[in-house]
Every structure is written in C-alpha cells, then in structure tokens.
Design a protein around this ligand. Structure first.
Ligand SMILES: NC(=O)c1ccc[n+]([C@@H]2O[C@H](COP(=O)([O-])OP(=O)(O)OC[C@H]3O[C@@H](n4cnc5c(N)ncnc54)[C@H](O)[C@@H]3O)[C@@H](O)[C@H]2O)c1
Length: 266
C-alpha cells in the first residue's frame, strides 16, 4: 500500500493495549481511525487521544463475536469516516486452565472472540473493499502461541484459538491476493498489557472467568506502543508475517524441530 495519510482504518479491541498502540500510530500517520471495542468507556478515552493527534476518530461499542454488530459497525464507519482500507482485527481474550477441565463455555467464549471476531471483521469489511477495487490491507492479531505454543502453563484454549487464527490468516492472504488486498499475520510474543485479566470482558452467559497469572518476565516484555510502528511498516511493505519480540526465531525453530523429529523416525 502506497502511503497511509488520509485513509480510514478500523481497529477492533482498540480501547487499550496493542490495539490502542496501533490506533495511535495510524493516527500519527494521518489516518482516521474507528475503534470497535466491548469496553466503550475506555475506547472513548482512546478516541480522545486520537483526536488530540489531529485526526477524526470514532468509538463504537461492538462485541466482535456478534456478526450483525460487526456489519452495523461497518455501515456506520463508512458513513461517518469514509471507505475503510485498513482493517486491524485485534480484539482478543485469554483464559487460564487445563484442557481436560475446560468447559464448553470456555471454548465458546475464546473462539467466538479470537477466531470468529476475525471472521466477522473480514465478512463485514472485505466485500466493501473488493467492490471498490482499491488497495487495502488487513492485519490479524494472532500470537506466537498460535505458531509455537509454550507447552507449559494453562494456555491450551488460547493457543488453539490462535493456531486457528494463524491458519485462517494465511489462507485469507492467498484468497485475497488476486483482489490486491494484503493480509498480515501478526504474531506478538509477550506484550505488557491487561490481556492477563481478559476475563473482565467475559460475558456472564459464559460463566466465571479465570484470570491468567502474569508471566514472570513481564518486565522484559515489549510495551504496546512499540507494536504500532512495526504494524505500519508491515502494512506499507505488505508483509505476510509480523513477529514482535526477541525469542521468535528460537521458538519457531524449536517447534519445527519437534514436528520434524517424528518425520525423521518414519
Ligand atoms: N499481550 C500479549 O502478550 C499478547 C501476545 C500475543 C498476542 N496478543 C493478542 O493481542 C491482541 C490484543 O491484546 P492485548 O494484549 O492488547 O490485550 P488487552 O486486554 O489490553 O486488549 C484487548 C482489547 O480487546 C477488547 N475486547 C475484548 N473482548 C472483546 C470483544 N468480544 N469485542 C470487542 N472488543 C473486545 C478489550 O476491551 C481490550 O480493549 C489480542 O488478540 C491478544 O490475544 C497479545
């Protein structure tokens, strides 16, 4: 994509954390930004910061797991801000616990946000992008947990949801290439956000949430504001993958070696 100034972007889960950081960097590039978040009060604070940066911005309360809400959001954004050419499907949640003891509601909640939230974002916005035939870009926030899950700890459901999001994003990139729409699979390693207390956003119909213990090395993690500039570069360069963090290569190599070991035994 040639330049971002004057374009319109959507960031789901943009009220805080990585999404807020992406939104602020886009605004600094002169992009008008619409935030969709389940937490409207915090999203409005972020929109205040975007307006202070000199761009038009909009916050709407949207649960990304609701396809009708995402379609209505797309309608509203394009009416109020103009045609969307950058879509950042970023909203995500995490929970702690073993796979064996997990409940169907645990799975429904995490998959409905981490996987179906991306699916609904694409279904709501991409037909509009395709119809216009102009350059566009999608960034799906997945995770290193989806490519090279840490085998210790209780992030089984989260890792499964992110592995699905990675596969979805890779397939989407191939599917949309002929339309001139790029897709970046964003795989952050640990970032210092409130994802560990994501159960604050767990709807009551899914039962009690379980906060995740904050990782011991959180002080060595990136700050969310460091991710936005990397995302902007990935959009401009149409990068297929974006990894953030120092341990990327070793994690992927270790996972690949584990996968290949059994091929070598055949
Ligand atoms: N923090 C990390 O270490 C890390 C690492 C890899 C990937 N990620 C991913 O980055 C993304 C952003 O997470 P973060 O770390 O900034 O966490 P965060 O909790 O700071 O931000 C998540 C945002 O998503 C919103 N949200 C939650 N459920 C929603 C829903 N159903 N509909 C709309 N909005 C919803 C929250 O209100 C919040 O604003 C997530 O997809 C997460 O899985 C985070």
């Amino acid at each position: 994509m040639d330049g971002l100034a004057g374009r319109v972007a959507v960031v789901t889960g943009g009220a805080e954390g990585i999404g807020r950081g992406i939104a602020l960097t886009l605004a600094a590039e002169g992009v008008r930004v619409a935030i969709a978040d389940i937490d409207l009060r915090t999203a409005e604070l972020a929109v205040g910061e975007l307006r202070d940066a000199g761009v038009e911005a909009l916050a709407v309360r949207v649960d990304v797991s609701d396809p009708a809400a995402m379609r209505a959001f797309a309608e509203r954004v394009e009416r109020d801000l103009g045609p969307v050419s950058v879509l950042c499907n970023n909203a995500g949640v995490m929970l702690d616990g073993t796979l064996v003891e997990s409940t169907p509601e645990d799975w429904q909640w995490v998959l409905s946000v981490n996987l179906m939230g991306i699916v609904h974002g694409v279904s709501a916005f991409v037909p509009r992008m395709r119809e216009r035939g102009e350059p566009a870009h999608i960034v799906n926030t997945c995770s290193m947990a989806g490519l090279a899950p840490r085998l210790a700890g209780g992030l089984g459901i989260y890792s499964a949801s992110k592995a699905a999001a990675v596969a979805y994003s890779e397939m989407l990139r191939a599917e949309l290439a002929p339309s001139g729409i790029g897709v970046t699979t964003l795989c952050p390693s640990t970032v210092n956000t409130r994802i560990w207390s994501a159960s604050r956003n767990r709807p009551t119909e899914f039962g009690e949430g379980r906060p995740v213990p904050v990782p011991e090395r959180i002080s060595a993690a990136l700050e969310p504001e460091q991710i936005g500039p990397l995302v902007v570069r990935a959009i401009l360069e149409d990068r297929a993958y974006l990894y953030t963090g120092a341990d990327m290569r070793s994690r992927i190599e270790e996972r690949t070696a584990r996968v290949l070991a059994d091929i070598e035994h055949e």
